[in-house]
Design a protein around this ligand. Structure first.
Ligand SMILES: NC(=O)c1ccc[n+]([C@@H]2O[C@H](COP(=O)([O-])OP(=O)(O)OC[C@H]3O[C@@H](n4cnc5c(N)ncnc54)[C@H](OP(=O)(O)O)[C@@H]3O)[C@@H](O)[C@H]2O)c1
Length: 200
């Protein structure tokens, strides 16, 4: 099975790559730096180049997507566009531009996050992108061709990210990277579609 992981060098991406390693699995890593294939998900051209290089695959996984964190009352429209162009449209463009490269009965798994369900101060833009991705996934699932499935994974803050995000996620019990990676594995190897797997 051939699996492309976009964002593979990140905290969640590394956990997914680690969980998916196996005898019959070929993993191709993608990100802007230090991966098998270079891609910037904010650029359609870059996404097209990535798929041309990678060719057909059984599973497309995205564990990436940036967002601006800051107070709504001070947020500029440009700052809000970070999440729109990266986490929301970047991931959706992976689907739109990548569909022809997914084998019959293959799968797509995107990343959202708990902030869409459990609001935190300074996180509205990220929540917007998360909710948009989840809604897109639920809706797209009923019309994807050739038996292709699509799901998203919504993680809580990972234990591995506590230093980075701990001050934002006050009062949160972090989850294990392995638990998050298993949700991706369930999406890739399971049979469900249109789901949002919450790892809270
Ligand atoms: N970590 C958590 O606790 C947590 C919890 C809930 C949700 N999430 C969400 O999960 C996603 C991944 O989080 P993470 O903590 O694993 O992030 P991370 O450690 O910062 O890793 C991000 C990954 O994406 C790549 N990347 C960044 N911008 C990119 C772009 N424009 N095009 C292509 N690749 C890009 C990075 O590599 P390069 O910089 O080399 O491109 C890296 O491989 C984010 O959307 C985050 O909001 C994370």
């Amino acid at each position: 099975m051939k699996v492309l992981v976009v964002g593979a060098t990140g905290t969640i991406g590394k956990a997914v790559v680690n969980e998916m390693q196996g005898d019959n699995v070929e993993i191709i890593t993608a990100s802007r730096n230090n991966s098998d294939v270079k891609v910037d998900i904010t650029s359609e051209e870059s996404i097209k180049n990535m798929f041309e290089q990678v060719g057909k695959m059984d599973a497309l996984v995205s564990t990436t997507g940036a967002a601006h964190f800051g107070p709504v009352a001070e947020m500029t429209t440009e700052q809000n566009l970070v999440a729109v162009n990266s986490k929301l449209l970047g991931q959706i463009n992976l689907v739109l531009l990548g569909l022809d490269y997914i084998e019959d009965n293959g799968s797509i798994t995107l990343t959202t996050g708990i902030l869409m369900d459990d609001p935190l101060v300074n996180a509205a833009s990220a929540a917007m992108a998360n909710g948009g991705v989840r809604a897109f996934v639920k809706s797209a699932a009923i019309e994807l061709p050739r038996g292709i499935r699509i799901n998203s994974v919504s993680p809580n803050m990972l234990e591995e990210s506590k230093e980075k995000y701990g001050s934002l996620f006050v009062g949160t019990e972090p989850v294990k990277g392995k638990s998050v990676a298993l949700a991706f594995k369930k999406s890739i190897l399971g049979a469900q579609t249109g789901q949002s797997y919450n790892v809270y």
